[in-house]
Design a protein around this ligand. Structure first.
Ligand SMILES: C[S@@+](CC[C@H](N)C(=O)[O-])C[C@H]1O[C@@H](n2cnc3c(N)ncnc32)[C@H](O)[C@@H]1O
Length: 397
């Protein structure tokens, strides 16, 4: 059996438990939930699998060394002693990602600079050559994490963030992060047992992530680049095997996935992305306003991400969210709807009582995901919330 080691999968606030569940399903052991991360144990094959399959991870780190540092010099000395020549060529490229929460090391950029100096000085002393610093597609991406005086140096096996799935050819003005989109789908509890619809789809991220999940398409099926491919210990045969096993689980989905938007240019962008992912036979994409009330027949899960107010007047935003609420009530009976927005005031103007409110992040933007159950028949009366009741709804946090 291959040697096992500890790994850390990074994620966004609120997605830790979902990620832990995904890791368990992939065979991770000794799983511990951390803040915006999950620690687990496994071998290199699991590292490949985790990179390829996890939908809610941003990066998979392989910790190299942990130590205490009480000064810049101690940080430098510890980093200098690491045998970096085992991990990269002297004339290679590298990048250091630093996250620092410490009274000793106040600036993450400065701590990263010290780390870089130590690595470069070691290479210069040994080989008379030093690696160069670049941002993208480097030979070695290093993660520096400092909490108080505790330092952890890890190798970032993903390289570029795993939200870069490789299918996004076109972006709109406010695209949803792919990891957030995948997280919303998991948070919603959609069991792939009914239709799915994003009626304000923008560049199509939520619908694409839904279609990938519905068809068991691995999260990084369209991505070519992974940091670990440049590691000296990279085993191309094991990587190919892991990929083939995951790809062999791709399956058909029995229900419908719809995506629409009022904007013609958004539909063009979504169309390019959906076609790139070869999902044009799986996603029914069309131009319409949510107010038009088109929807698939039968039970449907709606997850959507309306505008947050970028370049829109507040009055227009309130009016839009009220129209979204009206359309849900009139046209989406027997559906479950999830709406994500950073504009909590506008969310309350939807005029339906949320049955769940979840704190989530879209990148660095704090948002809420509101869940609405929309019933037909006698319960319909419940939604005749007049303006006065809408005002009362404003008090919900
Ligand atoms: C924040 S963007 C969605 C971004 C999308 N999740 C993505 O990842 O690209 C909001 C979208 O809502 C659309 N929109 C605004 N008003 C609408 C309406 N009344 N009906 C349907 N779509 C609307 C906009 O055209 C825009 O594309």
């Amino acid at each position: 059996m291959d040697t096992e080691f500890i790994m850390v999968a990074k994620t966004m606030f609120g997605l830790e438990e979902l990620l832990a569940k995904e890791i368990e399903e992939l065979g991770g052991k000794e799983i511990t939930i951390l803040k915006r991360a999950v620690q687990f144990k496994g071998d290199m094959k699991l590292l490949y699998r985790a990179n390829y399959c996890l939908r809610t991870a941003l990066a998979i780190l392989k910790p190299l060394q942990s130590f205490t540092a009480r000064s810049d010099q101690e940080l430098y000395d510890h980093v200098y002693k690491i045998e970096w020549e085992k991990y990269m060529n002297p004339d290679g490229t590298m990048y250091i990602d630093a996250s620092v929460n410490s009274n000793i090391f106040k600036h993450s950029l400065y701590a990263a600079q010290k780390t870089k100096d130590a690595i470069c000085d070691r290479f210069r002393k040994m080989f008379d050559v030093r690696p160069s610093i670049e941002k993208d597609y480097v030979d070695l991406k290093i993660d520096l994490h400092i909490y108080d005086n505790q330092v952890t140096i890890s190798l970032n096996s993903s390289g570029e963030s795993l939200h870069k799935r490789g299918y996004r050819q076109e972006v709109g003005s406010a695209p949803l992060n792919e990891v957030t989109a995948a997280g919303l789908i998991q948070l919603s509890g959609w069991q792939k047992d009914c239709n799915f619809y994003d009626p304000m789809c923008g560049s199509g991220t939520i619908a694409i992530e839904a279609a990938m999940y519905a068809n068991n398409i691995p999260a990084q099926y369209y991505r070519k680049y992974f940091g670990f491919k440049k590691w000296s210990e990279f085993n191309a045969v094991d990587w190919k095997n892991e990929k083939e096993i995951a790809d062999s689980k791709i399956s058909e989905f029995d229900y419908e996935i719809w995506a629409s938007d009022v904007s013609g240019s958004a539909i063009e962008r979504a169309d390019k992305n959906i076609r790139f992912a070869h999902l044009n036979h799986d996603i029914n994409l069309f131009r319409a306003a949510i107010e038009d009330g088109k929807r698939p027949d039968g039970k449907t899960f709606v997850i959507t991400n309306p505008p947050y107010g970028e370049r829109m007047e507040v009055d227009d935003i309130i009016d839009l969210y009220q129209r979204i609420g009206d359309s849900l009530k009139q046209n989406f009976q027997d559906c479950t709807a999830f709406i994500i927005s950073s504009d909590i005031f506008a969310l309350k103007k939807i005029g339906l009582k949320p049955t769940r409110k979840i704190e989530v992040f879209n990148g660095n933007l704090e948002c809420r995901l509101f869940k609405f159950e929309i019933y037909s028949g006698s319960k319909k009366a419940k939604y005749n919330i007049d303006n006065q009741e809408r005002e009362q709804e404003n008090n919900i946090e």
